[in-house]
Design a binder for this molecule. Sequence first.
Ligand code: SF4
Ligand code: SF4
Length: 365
Amino acid sequence: MKTSEKSEVFFFPYDRGRAFLRGLRTLFSKVADVVSAGDSVAVKVHMGEYGGSAYLRPPIVRRVCDLIKEAGGKPFVTDTTTLYPMGRFTASQYLSTAAYNGFTKESVGAPVVIADGEQGCDGEWVDIPRRVSDCSLDKIKIAKKIFNADSLIVLSHVKGHALSGFGGSIKNVAMGCVIKKSKAAQHRVNRALIDISKCTGCGQCIEACPFKTLSLLEEKMVRDDEKCMDCSHCLYLCPEGVFSLPPQAQERFQVSLPHAAAGVLSRFYSKVAFINFVQDVTRLCDCATPSGSPVVPDIGILASTDVVAIDKASLDLIAQSKPLGKFANISSPDILGKINGTDSLIQIRTAQELGLGSMVYELKE
Ligand code: SF4
Ligand code: SF4
């Protein structure tokens, strides 16, 4: 892991009229050292929710897989199951959604593998090397197929997020490379508060809870706090506003993310690289359908071996852009954080404090 020295971030801008396939080749050459001949290479990518539209396009992923093969590696395209019940709750559901969204072995030129198994439970524990800001996470279970890979290439669609303000490589690694229970552990800091006086006993949340955690007692909802997995499904679904986020939920969530990322990255050390795509920058993440209209124009692609530097550089490039449409009055910096009501640099500062990289970087076009 890196210290607070200046890190290199390589940048391919979209506004110079050059083809992105060539751009990706050049960018990949700058980080290709993380792949050795014969390596099994996990290509981590969010393949889009069912009904989503802003996720990374399959030809981008295909290009990266081809470049990994040229470097002698054996890529597989991978992600993990979700906590919430939509199109990716089990591995088989995820594979159907991935195919629907255009991700198949034929389209990306590599096997598509859901790394945490059918129910989202298969993984290996790793300790989180150190903790700051009163974070209670001390270990994380990495999804098995990712854990077993020799190297990791993280492809991240940079966009906003309702809880973390912004989502880039740190979030992609933290939440996307672990099993369901370790996702829940990161979300525990935003366990929903309940105002039971508002509950009409309609039963919608009880039917919808994917972990059968809710029941009705005397026409009021009751939650089993031991069994709740903090998927937030009930929070967004209840028509009466019974559930609400606790104070500081967004900020505490952002402290959890880099701790989980630190656990995952401790498995790979120098065998990991990050490529951020600053395009289709919507207010919400790729799990949301719809995720919203673009906040800024498409900016370009970044590559680095420093997870902190690449996310900071992505946010800085967004800050230098002119917000579009209804976001035109949002001022820089941290446009995405402001739109989502938080300071989205918390995750980046915490990651630096944990020794995951440096917020001081040199952008090389
Ligand atoms: S959905 Fe809301 S109102 Fe309906 S039972 Fe659940 S908590 Fe009560
Ligand atoms: S109670 Fe709500 S947050 Fe907990 S598992 Fe059920 S739906 Fe998810």
